[in-house]
Design a protein around this ligand. Structure first.
Ligand SMILES: [Fe+2]
Ligand SMILES: [Fe+2]
Length: 345
């Protein structure tokens, strides 16, 4: 079936639904993984079937229509048809997860290795690949094997940065301006890996940092959303609740062999302060793992420079000033001054 035929059938059977907007609840949804349309390149074969949900209001029925079968080319006309209607996601069945991760890995590898691809396309490909991984892991943290894919992603990025160092200004230009746990995790990971390259770390350290920071806030999935999104000051109880996230993430990931020990330390210690005032353990600087000390700095910087419902983004200069004037005791001073140098590159 061509993409256009599929679209025709979908129009006849029901109407396209954007699930996040329409809040359609259906048990079968849990079997499908949404994929940002922008992540699928048109006019190329896709190694797994792509679907789109169609909702028939009269029957209150949600069905998944195939828009490209396994191994078929996802036609540009179909891609444009969906994009023009503001449809942001297509879906794949959970059973194709391995094929999906291989697809994104091959795309990123091809993009990085190609001499015809611009630096912008390369970094965007790495970013989109990371989005797929983070969204998949955060949606279902029981899928431990995806962590191995995240490690390979971080290894690829680490090698790329060593060959072609990107400047922080370049990276930050392509970063999302609005804070979400997903974009924040990717940005801490990419900016931190670029910083690690500046510090002349080896690929293995850079890669461990990349995985650890992709996962550093995983524990937030067990924290009440209304507290995470609360615009005002948190009560003491709410604060204690939020402060459980490093421990929750660490305890979940500890049982997964694909998580490198240094990545686990980042997850547990990224809110520890050098002066011992942090959490969950109140460690002092020499007790905090070096990669976790760096993650703490990059984590604060990204949180300050992105927009939240209750605050605008700070400029890099104001963020660094605030970190220097109000939070200096929290950070490892040597890493912090190297980070300031790095941002000035
Ligand atoms: Fe955190
Ligand atoms: Fe964070």
């Amino acid at each position: 079936m061509t993409g256009i035929q599929a679209a025709h059938i979908m129009r006849e059977r029901g109407r396209f639904v954007s699930l996040s907007e329409n809040q359609v609840h259906d048990a079968s949804l849990e079997d499908y993984i949404p994929i940002d349309l922008k992540k699928i390149l048109p006019d190329r074969p896709v190694a797994f079937s792509l679907y789109y949900p169609v909702y028939t209001a009269s029957k209150k029925e949600l069905t998944f229509s195939t828009i490209a079968g396994e191994g078929e080319v996802f036609k540009r006309e179909m891609w444009q048809f969906l994009a023009k209607r503001g449809i942001a996601s297509v879906y794949a069945h959970k059973s194709s997860l391995t094929a999906m991760t291989t697809y994104f890995e091959e795309l990123t590898r091809c993009c990085i290795d190609s001499s015809e691809t611009s630096l912008e396309e390369k970094t965007q490909s790495m970013y989109r690949h990371a989005e797929f991984l983070v969204e998949t892991i955060f949606r279902d943290p029981e899928m431990g094997h995806i962590i191995g894919d995240a490690s390979r992603w971080a290894g690829m990025v680490g090698e790329f940065f060593q060959k072609d160092p990107v400047t922080p200004a370049y990276l930050c230009r392509m970063f999302a301006k609005d804070y979400t746990t997903f974009t924040h995790s990717i940005q801490v990971s990419l900016l931190g890996m670029a910083f690690g390259t500046h510090l002349a770390w080896g690929v293995e350290e850079i890669s461990d940092f990349g995985v650890g920071s992709l996962l550093h806030d995983l524990g937030k999935i067990w924290i009440d959303n209304h507290i995470l999104k609360k615009p005002g000051t948190l009560t003491q109880d709410e604060l204690s609740h939020v402060r459980r996230h490093p421990r929750l993430g660490h305890d979940h990931l500890r049982g997964i062999s694909a998580v490198p020990p240094r990545a686990l330390e980042i997850v547990l210690q990224h809110h520890e302060n050098s002066d011992g005032s942090g959490y969950p353990l109140g460690l002092v600087e020499k007790e905090i793992a070096p990669l976790a000390r760096v993650a703490h700095i990059v984590d604060c910087y990204d949180a300050l420079t992105t927009k939240r419902p209750y605050k605008g983004p700070l400029t890099p200069y104001r963020a660094l000033r605030l970190m220097h004037e109000g939070m200096r005791e929290s950070f490892d001073s040597r890493f912090f001054s190297r980070f300031i140098d790095f941002l000035g590159k």
